[in-house]
Ligand binder design. Structure first.
Ligand code: C2E
Ligand code: MG
Ligand code: MG
Ligand code: MG
Length: 281
């Protein structure tokens, strides 16, 4: 029909936008119902000490168990959850569930290692976030040292407020990591002003470490810089033994990636955690 009136491009374009908007709204509505119905769950990916090979942490990664579509990865619903504000209640659930689960593992005899939880910028700008985190720690009984929050570098962040927030977090005793380091906008600003504990090198730099001398140089430089700033470094997306060797030879502290293990459902991560010997956060 659009063709007949000779303005086909415009019509097709606007129909496409309507379609997208409609899809978004439907998704947002579905997400709200999913939260009420308890359709979200966490998978956990182990983080390994590169020197000893032991598991020294886990990262909680949310999934949506959709009644008909099956397990939906976060890339397909986190953006819509951020747009609609639903990331706030969803993020609250993730935080509480990750803390509760970590404490339960420790009570059952697993080594006390930290769980990392991703925070979106939208959550980060809630006024009551510090109070909320404090309450979750208290309610679950988790040692604050056993919780780390991962934040990404973002243009939209109000640096003064973020600094204040991170200082309060550090006072609580919770760890702070910069996620996807190197892909954001204000890396050096963060490093200079924020009381962070670790950097996670984005997997886009790790992927071609053996073939691309520029990537190798960047990764080596990030590790050296982090250590000079007395920060821990963890490499993301490590998939091969060659990458492990490179990272180890450059003194990288930890790694996370398919080479060690993909993110695992509860039973899978438990079998790893309960066979590990004990060490502390
Ligand atoms: P992220 O925090 O950087 O998490 C790492 C992502 O890399 C995970 O994808 C993980 O499955 C994937 N990954 C790990 N090792 C490898 C590897 O060796 N190779 C490759 N190709 N990929 C690997 P996932 O679980 O799909 O999560 C994607 C992103 O969604 C996360 O990136 C994070 O930004 C976001 N996300 C996940 N859970 C939450 C959450 O609870 N809250 C918020 N705000 N964001 C979340
Ligand atoms: Mg992360
Ligand atoms: Mg990351
Ligand atoms: Mg990422």
């Amino acid at each position: 029909k659009a063709k007949e009136n000779g303005r086909n491009d415009y019509h097709l374009y606007s129909e496409d936008i309507d379609q997208q908007a409609y899809h978004r709204l439907t998704l947002q509505h579905e997400l709200m119902k999913a939260l009420q119905n308890g359709e979200f769950l966490l998978h956990y990916q182990p983080q390994y000490d590169l020197a000893t090979g032991r598991i020294v942490g886990t990262e909680a990664l949310v999934r949506w168990l959709h009644p008909t579509r099956g397990l939906v990865p976060p890339g397909e619903f986190i953006p819509a959850a951020e747009d609609s504000g639903l990331i706030v209640p969803l993020g609250d659930w993730v935080l509480e569930e990750a803390c509760r689960q970590n404490k339960e593992w420790q009570d059952a005899g697993a080594a006390p290692i930290p769980v990392s939880v991703n925070l979106s910028v939208r959550q980060f700008s809630q006024r009551n976030l510090i109070g909320k985190i404090g309450r979750v720690l208290k309610a679950t009984g988790l040692d604050p040292k056993c919780l780390k929050l991962e934040i990404t570098e973002s243009v939209t962040m109000d640096v003064e407020r973020a600094t204040l927030f991170l200082e309060q977090l550090a006072e609580l005793g919770v760890g702070i990591s910069i996620d996807d380091f190197g892909t954001g906008y204000s890396s050096f600003h963060y490093l200079r002003n924020f009381p962070i504990g670790s950097l996670k090198i984005d997997r886009s730099f790790v992927r071609d470490i053996e073939q691309d001398p520029n990537d190798a140089a960047i990764v080596a430089a990030i590790i050296a810089m982090a250590h000079n700033l007395r920060l821990q470094v963890i490499a993301e997306g490590v998939e091969t033994l060659e990458q492990v060797r490179f990272l180890r030879s450059h003194g990288c502290d930890e790694m996370q990636g398919y080479y060690g293990s993909p993110p695992l459902p509860k039973a899978g991560i438990e079998s790893l955690l309960f066979e590990a010997t004990s060490f502390s956060c």
